[in-house]
Design a protein around this ligand. Structure first.
Ligand SMILES: [Zn+2]
Ligand SMILES: [Zn+2]
Length: 422
């Protein structure tokens, strides 16, 4: 079977997270989105563990269920050098053991969702490995709290301790991460890191697993590529839309080339804010290969449907007006991924003509993408010619999309997906 899983989110016990991040809300919104599996996130927090146990049924040691949505036990920890790691636990008892192990090194493990732990990456990985917990770097390339802001290689960070996957983060995709040879044997995870259950957050990145059942054990095998289990598709935000894609000022968001930033000593000459190195530029610094591993699953670049709708009708992404149209599409076609990828233009047009045109433009690589950077998400714009054209005129329309500094080679989703699994 194939199942879509988003394994990294945060609960209402983490800082800056929506109060709506509850287990029942997660289950309900996961169903809307078309996800079958959600990582609990924050499971090291005892209150979140309690909430999970109250609202779900146990399937097996490492798998819980509510209304047909499976939950796996996951968490994120911050190490002594402010690097984040994702953990996936085989059971509640290993969650509790890990909590006990980390307690002496953490002030906030009982109160925070994402605890700060005064141990190195290698020490945390050693404990995880001893307990049979899967571990890998979270959003590996982002400039504040990730592995590559601190180290130049996995080896330097983990000192040879085993890691089982690498999380790409919103500002990178598989093609970018594969520029580093040491990643080629690792499985990539594409997770949302959602702080709210809203449709443009939860499941904005997910992994499509080929497994026998939606359980921890099957997921573990897939991550380790054993017995035919595997990830067949990573789907995620177009990396240009990520908050840290290009190098930019973290206060006024003005973009800089890495050379300019260096000249300005990483201080914005316009406002005095700190310039943060973009994931795109960080990867180019580290890149040591042009080759791709043969078993790398395809990466599908997405823009959240709610954001496409918001762009078309000119309303905020969290407004009622956007939600109403979003729900109409979901009711008609069952899941967001089908709307974005599979349903033909004419079908979409029956629900909302203007949105249909924008989805078509995205599939064809004809939306204008203004890349994100410095902590500000990228933006999408619909070219005027497309806005004015009728559905019938679209296919023959000549559209000039402005050139940008970085454009992915694969732009047409439809062309791309012909080779992808259903
Ligand atoms: Zn993080
Ligand atoms: Zn600035």
């Amino acid at each position: 079977m194939q199942v879509d899983a988003d394994l990294h989110i945060h609960s209402r016990y983490s800082k800056a997270v929506s109060k709506a991040m509850t287990i029942p809300n997660l289950a309900e919104n996961a169903r809307f989105k078309g996800l079958g599996v959600v990582g609990t996130g924050d499971i090291l927090n005892p209150k979140w563990e309690e909430e999970l146990l109250r609202y779900t049924e146990k399937v097996d040691e490492g798998t819980y269920e509510r209304n047909g949505i499976r939950f796996l036990l996951t968490a994120e920890v911050e190490d002594s050098r402010r690097v984040h790691h994702v953990l996936i636990f085989p059971s509640i008892s290993t969650v509790r053991e890990m909590r006990k192990e980390l307690k002496g090194y953490s002030q906030d493990i009982d109160t925070e969702g994402r605890p700060r732990v005064n141990l190195s990456a290698a020490e945390i990985a050693d404990i995880a490995n001893e307990l049979g917990i899967l571990i890998g770097p979270a959003h590996a390339f982002t400039p504040w709290t990730a592995l590559y802001k601190e180290y130049n290689s996995l080896k330097e960070a983990y000192q040879g301790a085993k890691v089982h996957f690498l999380e790409l983060g919103l500002s990178a995709d598989s093609e970018m991460a594969d520029r580093i040879k040491a990643h080629h044997s690792l499985t990539y995870l594409s997770n949302s890191d959602a702080h709210s259950p809203m449709p443009h957050r939860l499941g904005r990145e997910f992994n499509r697993f080929e497994v026998r059942d939606a359980t921890f054990e099957e997921t573990r095998k897939a991550i380790l590529k054993r017995g035919g289990r595997k990830i067949v598709l990573n789907a995620g935000l177009d990396p240009r839309l990520g908050k840290y894609h290009l190098t930019a000022c973290s206060r006024c968001y003005r973009k800089y080339s890495p050379e300019e930033a260096m000249v300005f000593k990483w201080k914005c000459p316009k406002c005095g804010g700190r310039i943060k190195k973009g994931v795109h530029d960080r990867i180019l610094e580290l890149a040591d290969t042009e080759e791709r591993p043969k078993d790398r699953p395809p990466y599908l670049r997405l823009a959240p449907l709610a954001e496409i709708i918001a762009m078309v009708i000119g309303k905020g992404v969290e407004t009622k007006a956007v939600r109403v149209i979003w729900e109409r599409f979901l009711k008609e076609f069952g899941s967001e991924i089908r709307v974005l990828v599979d349903v033909p233009l004419e079908g979409l047009a029956e629900v909302h003509e203007e949105v249909a045109k924008a989805v078509w433009a995205y599939r064809e690589g004809k939306l204008i993408v203004i890349p994100g950077g410095g902590g500000k998400y990228g933006e999408i714009r619909l070219p005027e010619e497309i806005r004015k054209a009728s559905i019938a005129e679209l296919e023959s329309l000549e559209v000039e999309v402005p050139k940008e500094e970085y454009r992915p080679k694969q732009t047409s989703l439809m062309k791309f997906l012909r080779g992808a699994p259903k």
